[in-house]
Design a protein around this ligand. Structure first.
Ligand code: C2E
Ligand code: MG
Ligand code: MG
Ligand code: MG
Length: 281
């Protein structure tokens, strides 16, 4: 036993892992400082209606401008923040700032303002006791209606059940919209749909990527829009980069889309701009 334990230890602390762990610890410490000195900011990406290209909602995405390293991708630092727990504080800041921004747009732009704002929430945040209360407090504080907020969760974050699932149910009861992010990439996407209260399916970019080449991607994208329609949910196609993809998605029945073709994430997106689909010739 002692021997296998020793071997296990040695394998765990190989040099490569050490460096990675050190790097993680350093990033964690720097994130703490970044929070205190205001290095995080938010950008918003339009979610548009097809075929008009009109912005109906936005998704909030966090950005970190490191004073020395420059921009750090959330794909890199969010997992670290989840691991060391900093996501709880960072996430609360993101939620407040996003809802405050949505209220400002509503007041300043009136009918031209996006109707809903989406905020990504990680597993760790959902599992935190009191998360639904935090959301309710932020809504009260900003005066934003519950139905104007979409909480984006991933399938893996809620699949374990427990507190995360209870939180999603409580948010749904509150009237907050629930979106399943990166839909179709989890291990049990359809199983989850049988029980999870949800309003929106965000169909993952991987199904959109080769959609114009009438193959299996298009077949799956069609099946997903049928499931979505059948359950009375909204489907948003993620990661739309070309006019061809947008046109094909529209042809397959998609009414909502998001991606670089329609607009990159920006601090102040141009809500008047629209990339209307070229009408079929
Ligand atoms: P996500 O929630 O699925 O966000 C969509 C990602 O796709 C964003 O990357 C967005 O910039 C990118 N994207 C949008 N349109 C296109 C496109 O046409 N082509 C390509 N190639 N990419 C596109 P980003 O901002 O780097 O965020 C990556 C992930 O990090 C997010 O995936 C989300 O899981 C996480 N994340 C970002 N912001 C937050 C946040 O505020 N809180 C939490 N918990 N996670 C966040
Ligand atoms: Mg998202
Ligand atoms: Mg997504
Ligand atoms: Mg995605």
């Amino acid at each position: 036993v002692a021997k296998s334990l020793g071997e296990g230890r040695r394998r765990r602390y190989t040099r490569g892992m050490d460096v990675a762990a050190g790097e993680q610890a350093r990033m964690g410490a720097e994130m703490r400082q970044a929070l205190d000195t205001g290095q995080f900011r938010l950008v918003y990406q339009p979610i548009v209606e097809l075929p008009s290209g009109r912005t109906v909602a936005v998704e909030t995405l966090v950005r970190w401008e490191h004073p020395v390293r420059g921009p750090v991708s959330p794909a890199e630092f969010i997992p670290v923040a989840e691991q060391n727990g900093l996501i709880v504080e960072l996430g609360a800041w993101i939620l407040k700032a996003a809802c405050a921004q949505a209220a400002i747009w509503r007041d300043e732009l009136g009918p031209a303002a996006p109707r809903r704002i989406g905020v990504n929430v990680s597993a760790r945040q959902l599992a935190e006791p009191g998360f639904p209360e935090l959301v309710a407090n932020v809504l009260a504080w900003t005066g934003l209606g519950a139905d104007k907020l979409t909480i984006e969760v991933t399938e893996t974050a809620v699949f374990g059940g427990g507190q995360a699932l209870r939180a999603v149910k409580a948010l749904y009861e509150l009237g907050v919209k629930i979106a399943l992010d990166d839909f179709g990439t989890g291990h049990s996407s359809l199983t989850l749909l049988q029980t999870l209260p949800v309003n929106i399916l965000k169909v993952d970019k991987s199904f959109v990527d080769n959609i114009s080449m009438a193959g299996r991607h298009a077949v799956i994208a069609t099946a997903l829009i049928q499931v979505s329609n059948g359950l009375g949910l909204d489907a948003v196609a993620e990661g739309v980069e070309t006019a061809e993809q947008a046109a094909e998605l529209h042809r397959l029945g998609y009414r909502l889309a998001q991606g670089y073709y329609f607009g990159r994430p920006a601090a102040q997106p141009d809500f008047a701009a629209s990339a209307e689909l070229p009408s079929a010739a």
